[in-house]
Every structure is written in structure tokens, then in C-alpha cells.
Ligand binder design. Structure first.
Ligand SMILES: Nc1ncnc2c1ncn2[C@@H]1O[C@H](COP(=O)(O)OP(=O)(O)OP(=O)(O)O)[C@@H](O)[C@H]1O
Length: 705
């Protein structure tokens, strides 16, 4: 029998359905009864000398003896929340919300409150965040990681559809492999205009009132699908039913987006009591990070699949960092949660990321968004940084801006020894517009930037760099290009390979996996030696690199036997997803080949870790850097600030709160100057932020006036 978690993507229902349904351990209830003794010999629970050992490993730790991992302590409110039933944890940036979830997971698993084979399901909004949470837990309690499923909401609902598509009611059966598509506002508008003309007369008025930008998220998203579709009784329902008819219930491959997949997943679970019970028994504990960004569809899914009576739900977030309003985030998710689950809430008041001056400045903007917000206290030990930690720089041109920022960062790297990845260039949106001047300026001082929002194939660079399949492929390239001395790469590669080939790695002596890997690396080395690299200086060289990248990618795929469905499932439930990631890997690989002369340099060129990252504020969410430049706090990037000042201020708040030690804002006359965001600058000024006008650069020395 396969061991849970050994093969395939983390199983959704790792224990068999019947086992789950009959599981002796009831789902977590709202009391905090210590269920440590479940599954243990009676003497362990009753013993006065605290022999809490289970006969099987791992040990169960009494809650009062449990200590946080990897950090000294948790603030009181967080400590109390560890053992609480359902609750909302609300806290500002850097308060350790994600860290708290990792600690709570360790607490529940190690104290046996979440007793094997039960698991915790942790939902995040971004792949990065899901992976980050899982890694934090893996570092601290590696023996428990199999019982912690950390994924994005979209990945969870999508994998329910992919795994249980056969449970869809007959009217919704998937007749062919679905395609994913992400309709733009214009597509929806065209659709609504069309049905506004062709719908039955009494529906047309309603249809014309529908907002194309919100139709999918706010109208279609929260509506539960009926197992047997019924005739629409008003314009809104008509539009929803036409949308499903046009994209899903049609001849040919159904086309869906994540909102539609969410609705299908909800239907699957709602119409299958067995699956419902299995999911609830498997996951008595549910965490949701960044709860403020929960959409209508996600929230209705949550209430339907994990209701209050069956699941202990912990949501964490910060209403002031709600940046997905445009994508249908609930206006006040915490109030909904208080009404539907529990009004127990804990507020955290420490800040473990930013120095006090930055925390004080953040408070000014936090209070613009919520007058009742309480001050945070920095728990960062920071030294003298030699300059004002926050400054607003103003330029006449984008070139001067880019040159000044590049020169400053490069000098700072040289003086401090910090890595380029400790700096970030963050912009409101169109980073591609800022990129050319920044690329040129950094190149002129011998450094580079990496645009994490650049498209690579159908993905974004930032996502590929953190992808587990890409990590494995790159690990193989790294090992093949070196002759030993890469223990970390070897460890990571063999750990992932063991998930693909458990039968090979299980052999104790002279594991076949090691042998196979060594043989493959030997052949790869030969191939590298016979395959010269050429920097991309012409179209011909670029085409040559593409061919080389393709050949290498095919070779890697053959070794990993990625044509076998079971192996593909280690990385995704859908074969198509692997193709998209593989294609992105190949495109980026071809690009990297054009940047280096030798094979040992390829993996580093691919990752560009020696570049300063450039990204949108949305991508920066949840991340932190020593020094942050919010580039282009001016009319061009923030043109819509006055249209929805609250939402825009939240975005600004997210961006500024990524900085640990130093924070700079830049603006430029040619991009419309500061007038569109005058209120933000007034607040910065009131907070004591010094404004510097950079007029000229001379002999590499900038002169601020
Ligand atoms: N109790 C703690 N002790 C020491 N360091 C901590 C603690 N909690 C969190 N940290 C550190 O503080 C930083 C911020 O933590 P985390 O990312 O969890 O914050 P957050 O509240 O999720 O922030 P944001 O909302 O801005 O994304 C991280 O570097 C984390 O490792």
C-alpha cells in the first residue's frame, strides 16, 4: 500500500473514505479539551509522572510543556490563540501572522490536538506564501510535515475538481479535458452586451445594470450551482446560466477560470455526503492566511465545505492590507467571519520586521484606513544605519532616477556586504515601463535587476523561480555541471526524486535511486562537454540556445519519466499544468544559456540571485527586504489613486510595510510628479520624511537639494 504523502501531490483525503468516516477521533469541537490521549496507551494519559510517550513515534507533548520552535517566544495574545478553538487573528504588517500559523500547526500536531491521521489544511492566497508556510513548518517539525497541507485556495478547489470530477452530477459532467482561461473585463463586457440584446425582454434591464468588472467575482462567484440546472427567473440568473452555457456546458472542451472551478468543487462536495465527511474528518483544522482578501466565491465555498460545526477555523489577516478588492475580495471578511463562525478575535501588537521609525510611519497610514488601529511596537534589534531611514526622492527624469537609485544601491552593497536580494524595487503596477531605464542604469554600474513580473511562457518569472518542478530540473542541471561539492543540491534533488520513485529509494543498501541518478549525471556531464554555449549576440545564437534548451529539457523529462501520469501527479493533478511549467522552464533556460559561457554558471544565471528584484506591490505581498525602494510614487503609476483612495492607500500600505530597515520613495516630473498622490506625500511629510530633489549627477556623485 502506498504510504500517505509518499507519492503524488499531497493527497486531499489521505485516509481511505471509510477509515475517515469511521475515525474514532471526532472533528475538533469548540471546546479546548485536551485530546492528547487519543490513540495512546491509557497509562500515558493518566500517568502522574507524565510518561506521555506514545508507543509509536512521534511523541506527543503536553500542551503546557510545548515551546515555540525557532523563535524565542510568542506575544501573549498569540500564545493564547495557539490552543483556542475557531478564532480570527488580526494584526498589522510584520506582526508574525504567518509565523503564528506555523507555530499553531506545530502546536496542534505535536500536542496531539490534531491527532494522526488527521491533518491541518492551510490556505494561502499566493503560491509563495503557501510554500513559505510549509517550509517554515518543515524546518521546525519535519516529522509532522506529512500531516500539514499548505496550498492556495485555487489549488485546493482545482484539485478537488481534478480528483473527483467523476462525482459531478450528470448535468455538470466534464465531457472532455477542460481548458483554463482568464477572461478580461472586455470579454465579459462583450458577453453582457450581447445577452443584453438577445435575452428575453423582461431580463434585459437587469442585465444592463451588471458591472462587467465584477460579474464573475461578485455575481457568478457566490452562486451555488444546482445539481439540475433550472430555468433562470431574472436577468442576473439568466446571465449566470448563459455564461456557464457558453463556456462550460458546450460542445468541445469546457473553458473555466478559478471562480468556475471553485463553484464546481463546491458542487462536488455538497452533492457527495461521503466526500464531505471524509474531508471534514481529514481536516478538522483549517487555517486561512491573508483572510482580508477572501473572495465571495471562496467564502461561500468555505461555509459550505467546512462549516462551523465540523471544523476549527483560524483566520489571520489585516483588513488594512486588503488589495484584492478589484478581484472580488469581500468588503469586510472579518465581520462575515464573526457572524458565521465566531466573534473570538485576538489582536497582535508587536512588529518583528520593521525598525520603530518605520513602524511609526506605517501607523500614520494604518490610521487613515482605520482610526481605531492600535500602535505596534517594533521588536527588531536594529543598529545605526547612518541615514534617515525614510526618504522621498524626486527627479526630473526617469533616467536620472534610475541612475541615482542604481548608484546608491551598488555603493551600499559594496559598503555593507549585503546581497542584492536584500533590496527590492517595488512599483504600483506597470513595472515593465520602469524596467528599461533601471536595466540600463544598473548595467552601467556592473549590476543587474530581475523583473519578477516578467512573463516567461505563460507564467511569471517570480512564480517559476519558486516552482518545485523547476527547482528539481535546475538541481539536476547544477549537479550535472559540477563534479561533486553540491551537497545541498544533491539533498534537494534526491528528496524530490524519492517522491517520484518511492520503490527505488526505499531500498536501504546502495539505493537504486542513487545509482540511477549517478548514471544520469554521468551522461549529462558528457552531453554538457559536447555541447558548447554561446552568449546571445545574434538571432542564430538565440535559435541555437533554444534548440539546446529544448534538447536538455527533453533529456531531463525522460530521466524523470514525466510522460508517466503518476510521476506528473507529484507536481500537479493536471498534466497540462506540467506542460506549462515545463515550457516556462525551457524558455527561461534558453535565455540563461545566452548569458553565460560555461555550464556550471547556467543554474545561477537562470535564478539571477545576484540581481536586485523588481516587482509590483501585489507580488511583494507577504515578502520583506532590508531596503525597499517604492519606485514611481507619482502620477503615472498611481493615476487611479483618487478614484478609490482607500483601496489605493491599502496598496501603498502593503508596499511600504515590506521594508525592515530603510524605505525610499521616488517620483519623477516626466511621469506626472506628485500631485495625484499629494495626500500620501502630505502624510509622509507630517511623519517627518525628508524630501530630496536630485537635480544633477556629476562624476558619480549625486547632489541632493
Ligand atoms: N515571535 C517571533 N519572534 C521573532 N521573529 C518573528 C516572530 N514572529 C515573526 N517573526 C519574524 O518576523 C517577520 C514577519 O513575520 P510574518 O511574515 O509572519 O509577518 P506577517 O504578520 O505575516 O506580515 P505581513 O502581514 O506583512 O505579511 C518574519 O521575518 C518572521 O520570521
Amino acid at each position: 500500500m502506498e504510504r500517505p504523502g509518499r507519492r503524488g501531490a499531497p493527497p486531499l483525503v489521505p485516509i481511505s473514505l471509510s477509515h475517515a468516516i469511521q475515525a474514532k477521533h471526532p472533528p475538533a469541537s469548540d471546546d479546548s479539551t485536551d485530546r492528547r490521549a487519543v490513540g495512546q496507551p491509557a497509562r500515558a494519559a493518566e500517568s502522574s509522572d507524565r510518561l506521555y510517550h506514545r508507543e509509536s513515534w512521534p511523541l506527543v507533548i503536553p500542551p503546557e510543556e510545548w515551546k515555540p520552535h525557532g523563535i524565542e517566544n510568542l506575544e501573549d495574545a498569540a500564545r493564547r490563540t495557539l490552543a483556542a478553538a475557531s478564532a480570527a487573528v488580526i494584526a498589522g504588517p510584520g506582526a508574525g501572522k504567518t509565523e503564528f500559523l506555523a507555530q499553531r500547526a506545530a502546536f496542534l500536531l505535536e500536542t496531539g490536538k490534531c491527532a494522526a491521521p488527521q491533518r491541518i489544511l492551510a490556505i494561502s492566497f499566493k503560491k509563495d506564501a503557501a510554500r513559505n508556510l510549509s517550509e517554515r513548518l518543515k524546518e521546525r517539525v519535519p516529522e509532522q510535515i506529512d500531516r500539514f497541507a499548505s496550498m492556495t485556495f485555487d489549488a485546493f478547489t482545482k484539485s478537488l475538481v481534478d480528483r473527483f470530477r467523476n462525482l459531478l452530477p450528470p448535468a455538470w459532467k466534464l465531457t472532455a479535458e477542460y481548458e483554463m482561461s482568464f477572461p478580461k473585463r472586455g470579454d465579459v463586457k462583450e458577453f453582457l452586451d450581447e445577452i443584453g440584446r438577445t435575452a428575453p425582454g423582461d431580463f434585459r434591464h437587469d442585465i444592463r445594470q451588471l458591472n462587467a468588472g465584477k460579474f464573475l467575482s461578485d455575481i457568478l462567484g457566490p452562486v451555488a450551482l444546482r445539481a439540475v440546472p433550472q430555468s433562470p427567473t431574472n436577468g442576473c440568473k439568466y446571465a449566470i446560466s448563459e455564461w456557464w452555457g457558453k463556456y462550460y456546458l458546450r460542445d468541445g472542451a469546457p473553458v473555466v477560470d478559478f471562480i468556475m472551478l471553485n463553484r464546481l468543487a463546491e458542487l462536488i462536495v455538497r452533492s457527495n455526503p461521503q466526500l464531505q465527511r471524509a474531508l471534514r474528518a481529514t481536516y478538522p483544522y483549517l487555517f486561512i492566511d491573508e483572510f482580508q482578501d477572501t473572495t465571495y466565491a471562496q467564502y461561500t465555498f468555505l461555509k459550505s465545505v467546512f462549516p462551523k460545526a465540523s471544523t476549527t477555523v483560524t483566520v489571520v489577516g489585516d483588513g488594512k492590507q486588503r488589495i484584492m478588492g478589484w478581484a472580488g475580495a469581500l468588503p469586510n471578511a472579518f465581520a462575515e467571519f464573526a457572524a458565521d463562525y465566531t466573534d473570538t478575535r485576538f489582536e497582535l501588537e508587536r512588529n518583528y520586521r520593521s525598525r520603530q521609525e518605520l513602524v511609526d510611519l506605517q501607523l500614520r497610514f494604518a490610521q487613515r484606513l482605520d482610526a481605531a488601529v492600535r500602535p505596534q511596537v517594533s521588536h527588531v534589534v536594529s543598529g545605526d544605519i547612518g541615514i534617515e531611514p525614510v526618504q522621498a526622492w524626486d527627479f526630473s527624469t526617469a533616467t536620472l532616477e534610475a541612475q541615482t537609485v542604481a548608484a546608491w544601491i551598488v555603493a551600499d552593497i559594496e559598503n555593507s556586504g549585503r546581497r542584492p536580494s536584500q533590496y527590492a524595487l517595488i512599483a504600483r503596477q506597470k513595472v515593465a515601463k520602469l524596467q528599461p531605464a533601471l536595466v540600463a542604469a544598473f548595467a552601467a554600474v556592473g549590476r543587474s535587476i530581475r523583473n519578477d513580473d516578467a512573463s516567461v511562457g505563460k507564467l511569471k518569472l517570480g512564480d517559476i523561480l519558486k516552482d518545485d518542478l523547476v527547482e528539481l530540473l535546475l538541481g539536476l542541471v547544477r549537479l550535472g555541471a559540477s563534479r561533486g561539492g553540491q551537497p545541498e543540491a544533491w539533498r534537494r534533488v534526491t528528496t524530490t526524486l524519492a517522491r517520484i520513485r518511492p520503490e527505488d529509494s526505499a531500498r536501504q543498501v546502495g539505493s537504486r535511486l542513487d545509482d540511477e541518478l549517478s548514471d544520469f549525471l554521468t551522461s549529462l556531464r558528457r552531453w554538457f562537454a559536447a555541447t558548447p554555449l554561446g552568449r546571445t549576440v545574434s538571432q542564430d545564437v538565440a535559435a541555437g540556445n533554444e534548440a539546446t534548451a529544448q534538447e536538455l529539457a527533453d533529456e531531463l523529462s525522460r530521466f524523470l519519466r514525466l510522460d508517466e501520469a503518476a510521476n506528473r501527479r507529484v507536481f500537479s493533478d493536471r498534466a497540462e499544468d506540467i506542460d506549462v511549467r515545463f515550457e516556462a522552464f525551457t524558455v527561461r533556460l534558453a535565455w540563461a544559456l545566452g548569458k553565460v559561457d560555461t555550464w556550471p554558471e547556467v543554474a545561477d544565471a537562470f535564478l539571477e540571485d545576484d540581481a536586485v528584484p523588481l516587482m509590483t506591490i501585489h507580488r511583494s505581498k507577504g515578502l520583506e527586504y532590508h531596503t525597499v525602494f517604492v519606485i514611481g510614487l507619482d502620477g503615472d503609476q498611481w493615476w487611479a489613486h483618487t478614484k478609490d483612495t482607500a483601496e489605493s492607500t491599502m496598496t501603498f500600505f502593503v508596499g511600504m510595510s515590506r521594508a525592515a530597515e530603510r524605505l525610499f520613495f521616488t517620483s519623477c516630473d516626466r511621469r506626472g510628479g506628485r500631485s495625484k498622490v499629494a495626500d500620501l506625500y502630505r502624510e509622509l511629510e507630517a511623519g517627518g520624511v525628508q524630501s530630496v530633489r536630485w537635480e544633477r549627477r556629476r562624476l558619480g556623485v549625486e547632489v541632493g537639494q
